[in-house]
Design a protein around this ligand. Structure first.
Ligand code: CA
Length: 220
């Protein structure tokens, strides 16, 4: 999962970024609205978190421009006393809002809800064949047994599981592992997938030669 975070408060932005990364997200964090609008056109994200109080542009305008370009779930961050922002934001296409100041756990829970809704899922547990992923607890199990995964292994598995039976290209998986500015080791995806296949079983993740990988939703 890759999140686009737009928040101009350095402390809060850093806190959100860290919490999301612990949750298995890759985070592209921008402090200006116009940077975010530029980024949405060129990168593949799973969710957008937008602070409505930005220094360079009206947050509501940023929201409208993002919504014009994307159907992704958008969560807005608004001041507790700005009721018009909340209503205006929902009307302008936001999926939900969180009032500042908020608890990071609340933000993460709301994110899980908007993403689940976007995927048309009722449960927080993804079940595919003998594989199950509990997103709230970060517990992966295969054939009923818990499997311990590293952060990047988890992020890759979750992305594949969110798009079961579809081939995800290597560049797309790579972009998930690293935010902008991080250096990408050329074989990082292969290495992590190799470990995943060892920890689960080989036939769960299928290597489509020269293209990428896909997760078999029926694997047992
Ligand atoms: Ca702000």
């Amino acid at each position: 999962m890759r999140a686009l975070l737009i928040e101009d408060d350095p402390l809060l932005g850093d806190g959100i970024k860290t919490a999301l990364e612990r949750e298995g997200y890759t985070v592209d964090w921008f402090m200006l609205g116009r940077e975010a609008i530029r980024a949405i056109g060129s990168e593949t994200f799973s969710v957008i978190i937008l602070d409505l109080g930005l220094p360079d542009m009206d947050g509501m305008r940023v929201l409208q421009l993002l919504r014009q370009q994307s159907t992704l779930p958008i969560l807005i961050l608004t001041a507790r006393d700005a009721m018009e922002d909340r209503i205006g934001g929902l009307d302008a296409g936001a999926d939900d809002y969180v009032l500042k100041p908020f608890n990071l756990q609340e933000l993460l829970a709301r994110l899980r809800v908007v993403m689940r809704r976007a995927e048309g899922r009722a449960s927080q547990i993804l079940t595919l064949g003998a594989l199950s992923i509990d997103e709230a607890r970060h517990v992966v199990s295969w054939r009923g047994k818990d499997v311990k995964l590293g952060r990047r292994e988890y992020a890759l598995l979750l992305e594949l599981a969110r798009h079961p039976d579809r081939v995800l290209s290597r560049p797309r998986l790579e972009s998930l592992l690293y935010g902008w500015g991080d250096e990408i080791e050329s074989n990082a995806v292969e290495v992590h997938i190799h470990h995943l296949r060892k920890k689960l079983e080989k036939h769960v993740i299928i290597n489509v030669r020269g293209i990428g990988y896909r997760l078999d939703s029926q694997a047992r």
